[in-house]
Design a protein around this ligand. Structure first.
Ligand SMILES: [Zn+2]
Length: 89
């Protein structure tokens, strides 16, 4: 796997950081073909992502702001890739 070290240090935007946390927690995955993020609809993974956000907030965000940023990112991600055929289950 790539980027197993310092994986949360390189992000410069809240969006990039939130996306990284969701990926780390397996709450989302990236379409291998198109690169779109997809919500895996896994409540345990979501909870894990929120715990990570709360315990390791970006820059000077409060834990509440960090959690809200991750939730906003999750809300913005669909459960399918917009460019993939919708026949995969
Ligand atoms: Zn795709």
């Amino acid at each position: 796997m790539l980027m197993t070290n310092g994986r949360r240090r390189g992000f410069r935007t809240i969006e990039g950081w939130a996306r990284g946390i969701l990926l780390e927690a397996d709450a989302i995955r990236e379409c291998e073909t198109h690169g779109w993020m997809q919500d895996r609809a896994d409540p345990h993974a979501r909870e894990r992502a929120l715990v990570i956000a709360r315990e390791d907030p970006l820059f000077d965000l409060s834990p509440e702001q960090a959690v809200a940023a991750v939730q906003d990112m999750l809300d913005s991600i669909g459960d399918t890739c917009p460019e993939c055929p919708s026949d995969n289950g």
